[in-house]
Design a protein around this ligand. Structure first.
Ligand code: DC
Length: 222
């Protein structure tokens, strides 16, 4: 039987970079489910469909094909109708569209099997918002990774500036607060710690310390 680690938490808690490193150390596959919501958001933007619960979004879901694959380095590639859109979904606009589109029940239902199938076939660390609560409630280890909004905004700001983007810290902080609100208040699968999860707060931890902490929580619980 394969092993599943569910890793949930708010935007910018460092889930993806920490999980990527931990997955490498443990020889697991890292699955970033946020990329799937971002990809559906991108598809909607491209087709001029508003990210709200509507027949147009249902129609869009019936027309697109979203899939995950991995390159030789083991990095996740997300495909929209066969096109690698992994880079295109990493903008602040794509983040906001993903947050809106992820509130639509039909979108969440559409992605459920894809996520569950990934965990059927591999040992995974799966990162998202509802992995421990909805997608993989039987995961052997459930972790809720969090940090203060200011710490999370500061990290994201640094990341985007390093990529050469022209962004303001205050705007990023506002985005973090807005996304936290919508992620925790949506009706379908709101972000909340899963029953029996281990809560890890990285506000005072640097990257290496956070990776070590996650690896030790995983090792203690499998
Ligand atoms: O982790 P991320 O920032 O790439 O996620 C983008 C958006 O998708 C975020 O606003 C929350 C949503 N999301 C979700 O609702 N459920 C998941 N399992 C993963 C992401």
């Amino acid at each position: 039987m394969s092993i599943a680690i569910a890793l949930d938490g708010p935007a910018g808690a460092g889930k993806s970079s920490i999980a990527k490193r931990a997955a490498k150390a443990l020889d697991y596959i890292y699955v970033d489910t946020g990329a799937l919501y971002r990809t559906i958001g991108l598809a909607a933007t491209r087709k001029g469909v508003e990210p709200v619960d509507s027949p147009e979004v249902n129609q869009l879901l019936s027309e697109i094909n979203v899939d995950l694959t991995f390159n030789e380095a083991g990095e996740q590639i997300v495909l929209l109708d066969g096109e690698d859109v992994s880079g295109l979904i990493r903008t602040p606009e794509a983040s906001m569209t993903a947050s809106k589109i992820s509130q639509i029940p039909a979108v969440r239902a559409y992605l459920l099997d894809l996520q569950r199938n990934m965990a059927k076939n591999h040992n995974v660390i799966m990162d998202g918002r509802d992995i421990g609560t909805v997608v993989l409630p039987d995961a052997q280890v459930k972790i809720f990774l969090t940090a203060s909004p200011e710490a999370r905004a500061g990290r994201r700001y640094k990341e985007l500036v390093e990529k050469g983007m022209d962004v303001k810290y205050e705007d990023i902080l506002q985005d973090v607060i807005t996304r936290d609100y919508s992620d925790t208040h949506r009706e379908t699968s709101p972000l909340k710690p899963a029953e029996g999860c281990v809560i890890v707060d990285t506000t005072e931890l640097d990257f290496e310390q956070s990776v070590e902490k996650i690896i030790s929580v995983i090792k203690e619980n499998i």
